[in-house]
Design a protein around this ligand. Structure first.
Ligand SMILES: NC(=O)c1ccc[n+]([C@@H]2O[C@H](COP(=O)([O-])OP(=O)(O)OC[C@H]3O[C@@H](n4cnc5c(N)ncnc54)[C@H](O)[C@@H]3O)[C@@H](O)[C@H]2O)c1
Length: 304
């Protein structure tokens, strides 16, 4: 049986990836999380099961990767706005932690398939719509730059050591557990989760700027399946893929679709005008296809 590792397992995407792998594989899964922004409740349903071991530690404590054939690296501080102020903390979580894992691989001369969670934030406001992976990189925030830095390290280090990696550039995820009340950065979570949370509490949704910014919303289970397909690809591919739905909705239309009161607040710097994935490379090379339907998801959530 294969042993695999998930860092950041109790976060939004990590816990959904755990659900997916528990359901669709027979892998033995170890998950690390220091619970800095994650929530143990997200993985409570898998604790005490034979196939999953939760290690409530900082992933910097990992000293060996020898037993793993696949490493899903999701642990990070993934919020654009806080990355402008808490700079060293973000560099540590978003860059040094990945470097730590790569160094272990080199030291042990063991190269598990590394599936790295990247971000569409690295495109800034792209010129080409929909945006292919070949678009110019234009980081508008420290967070985006840090996500790109790791991509670049992977590319450079792979020229000297036999790294085996896949970068997944996620667009704008939504889905279960996207909003964590206990996360100190929750004001900057995925907008679908924030709006639904406000709507359910009877509070006004806050639309930044004029709300015309377009987002490519992708269901978190589609990110999970992309991780799976990246992990099982038979060849070493060492490349990056856009993982988005391949369609967009404006933030204002999202608020209108949810249908509860909203108000406008100031635009935030460092955020893109549009995200819109050209996802054809992931479809072709990984055999991945997104299945999520945002309108259906919103309907279901609003009924709860
Ligand atoms: N949510 C998004 O909008 C989005 C978009 C693009 C890319 N991503 C990337 O996806 C990944 C997961 O994001 P998420 O939305 O699930 O975030 P999240 O904050 O919900 O999850 C991150 C998890 O990592 C854990 N963590 C942080 N530092 C750690 C450390 N040193 N050791 C162990 N655990 C640590 C946190 O406690 C948390 O559970 C990140 O790499 C992020 O950059 C997220």
């Amino acid at each position: 049986m294969e042993n695999v590792l998930i860092t950041g397992v109790s976060g939004f995407i990590g816990s959904n990836l755990l659900d997916y792998l528990m359901e669709n594989t027979n892998w033995q899964i170890t998950g690390y999380d220091n619970l800095s922004t994650g929530n143990k409740e997200n993985i409570a349903h898998h604790l005490n099961t034979k196939r999953f071991e939760f290690i409530n530690q900082d992933a910097f404590e990992i000293v060996s990767l020898k037993k793993y054939s696949k490493v899903f690296h999701l642990a990070a501080l993934p919020r654009i706005q806080p990355s402008f102020e808490l700079i060293s903390e973000h560099i540590k979580a978003n860059v040094l932690l990945a470097a730590h894992l790569i160094e272990i691989m080199i030291r042990e001369n063991h190269y598990p398939r590394l599936v790295y969670s990247g971000s569409s934030a690295i495109y800034g406001t792209p010129e080409k719509i929909p945006t292919p992976e070949t678009e110019k990189i234009d980081c508008l925030s420290p967070y985006a730059f840090q996500k790109y830095e790791v991509e670049k390290y992977l590319e450079l280090i792979a020229t000297r050591y036999p790294l085996d990696y896949v970068t997944l550039r996620y667009f704008n995820p939504y889905g279960p557990r996207s909003f964590n009340d206990k996360n100190p950065f929750n004001a900057y979570s995925s907008v679908v989760g924030i709006f639904l949370n406000k709507a359910k509490k009877g509070e006004k949704m806050l639309v930044t700027g004029d709300g015309m910014q377009q987002r490519d919303f992708i269901h978190v289970q589609d990110l999970a399946s992309a991780n799976y397909f990246a992990a099982i690809h038979p060849n070493k591919i060492n490349t990056a893929f856009n993982i988005g739905q391949g369609s967009t909705m404006s933030v204002l239309d999202l608020a209108k679709t949810i249908g509860t009161p909203y108000e406008f607040i100031a635009k935030r710097e460092g955020e893109a005008e549009i995200t819109f994935a050209d996802n054809s490379k992931a479809k072709k090379v990984l055999g991945w296809n997104p299945n999520g339907n945002l309108s259906e998801y919103l309907k279901g959530e609003l009924k709860k």
